[in-house]
Each structure stands twice: as C-alpha cells, then as structure tokens.
Design a protein around this ligand. Structure first.
Ligand SMILES: [Zn+2]
Length: 276
C-alpha cells in the first residue's frame, strides 16, 4: 500500500456532486493546498464524520488522505469553522457568493498553492455575510482583487501602455477615455491609435465609471455613502467583461448580468454599440 499522509486545512466548498447512494464528491478551495477533489463517503449518513458540514459558503476545516496517486482524495473528517447563514436568506448576497466561488474555482485551476486566492474568497464571503456594504460592491471588489492577484488589474487612471496620463478622448455626452481589455485597460490617445493599428479592439468607457473602479479597487477605501445601484452596475459591467476576457471564459454566474447590452456603451447613430 502506498503511504498516505492525513492533511488538515481550511477549505471552502466550490461544488458538490452526489456520488453513489450516500456519498458526495466535493471540490474545495483550500488555504494551503489549492483546489482539491474529495470523496466524502456516506456524507448523508448522520453518523459520518462530516455530516451536514459540506455546505457552500461556510469556512470549513477538513482532514483528508493526501495521496499523490489519486485525483480524488479520501475525506476523513470535517467541521465548520465559520457558519454563514445570512447569505442564503438574501438573493443578491447569494448570487454574489456563488459568483465568488465560481471565479475562485476558475482562477484556482492555474495555481496549486495559493493562500491569497483563498483569503480573497473567504474575506468576500465574510463581507457578504456581515452585509456591511451592498452585495454588488463586495462582488466587484472581489473581482478587482482577484484581477490584481493574478497580475491582471486594469489600468484605470493612467495609460496601460505608456503609463502617462490618459485624458478623455471625447467629452459629450459625458467624458470618455479610450479603453481596451486586450491592451490592459485605459489608454492615451496615441496608444489607442497604436493598439487599433495592431488589431486590438479599442472602445471607450466613461471616465466616471473608471473613477468608481479605482475607488473599489482600493481595498482600504471605505465608500460612504455607498455608490448608487446604477453606478455599481456600470462598474460591475466593465469589470465583469474585463475579467471574462482575461479568464477566456464567461462564468455561469456572469451570464445573466452580462447578457444585457453593455451598460457603458456609447450608442452611435447606427445603433451600433461601442464597447471595450
Ligand atoms: Zn499611452
């Protein structure tokens, strides 16, 4: 028999699938071991050592047999460190929390050991549970935090290409700056021209939306009074699209929100939308 060493770590449940009659396969994000797939035998039996433990959103402590030979690890025991019940009682918090887990899941596929990604997700779930700010604000802050963690934060104030100031390229009906997800964010006029010539898609975004994005990207900033629902929605729209572009996928939890026309688009006479 190969030696297996029991491992204990903090974890967040990312997804669960029923397996045979009374077991579960759970995918978890852990603090120290990245994303782990576990087989929880007899999870539905009250006598099991993790009965009623493997719920979404709670912070768990799990113990499993770390076998390098198996993709699916055997769960030995589990307990709930932080039970989060409020999230389930509010549809906006619930949706934001699902999105936090889904994005963490996608991001964790690229990293085997990533304590920061775990902390970002865990802190965001705590914020959703405590409900100190609007759910959308917590979600956008998480998304911007994740982008920064992955080294993909959008340039919001200066030009992503040359680092110089990137003033608005049009003033009406509101000031708008050049923006390209492919080029890393906001662009000055010259770099926008260059990016277009290089075949990149370059659009524009309202400067006010980029400013709100900066505010939310600063994890220390307390935003009081909170941004209005409309402002939050506009920031969430561009951050969501930027994230999808860089993750090269549209997470399920983004689909309904981003199926709407780009909220920051400039409608031209032809009705064609100018989007970043
Ligand atoms: Zn530039």
């Amino acid at each position: 028999m190969p030696r297996v060493a029991p491992v204990v770590d903090r974890a967040l449940c990312l997804r669960r699938h029923p397996f045979s009659e009374s077991s579960l396969v759970v995918h978890v994000l852990t603090a120290e071991h990245g994303r782990v797939h576990l087989l929880a035998r007899g999870a539905y039996r009250p006598a099991s050592r993790y009965f009623a433990v493997l719920d979404l959103f709670d912070e768990l402590e799990l113990e499993w047999d770390a076998s390098p030979r198996h993709e699916l690890q055997n769960l030995r025991a589990g307990s709930v460190r932080v039970r989060r019940r409020v999230i389930r009682t509010d549809i906006d918090r619930y949706r934001a929390a699902v999105s936090v887990l889904e994005l963490s899941d996608i991001a964790a596929r690229h990293m085997s050991h990533d304590p920061r990604a775990f902390a970002l997700a865990d802190e965001s779930l705590t914020a959703l549970e405590l409900a100190e700010s609007p759910a959308e604000e917590t979600l956008v802050r998480f998304q911007l935090g994740l982008l920064a963690h992955l080294g993909l934060e959008p340039a919001l104030a200066r030009c992503a290409a040359c680092g110089h100031k990137a003033p608005a390229v049009m003033q009406k009906p509101e000031p708008r700056a050049a923006f390209s997800a492919g080029a890393g964010g906001r662009l000055c006029k010259d770099c926008a021209t260059e990016a277009r010539a290089a075949g990149r898609r370059v659009g524009t975004l309202p400067v006010s939306v980029l400013e709100d994005g900066r505010l939310l990207a600063d994890s220390q900033a307390r935003i009081s009074p909170p941004l209005s629902a409309l402002r939050l929605e506009r920031v969430r729209d561009f951050v969501g699209r930027f994230l999808d572009y860089h993750l090269e996928t549209r997470p399920k939890s983004h689909r309904a929100f981003l199926a709407a026309p780009n909220r920051n688009a400039l409608a031209s006479a032809s009705g064609e939308l100018d989007s970043a």
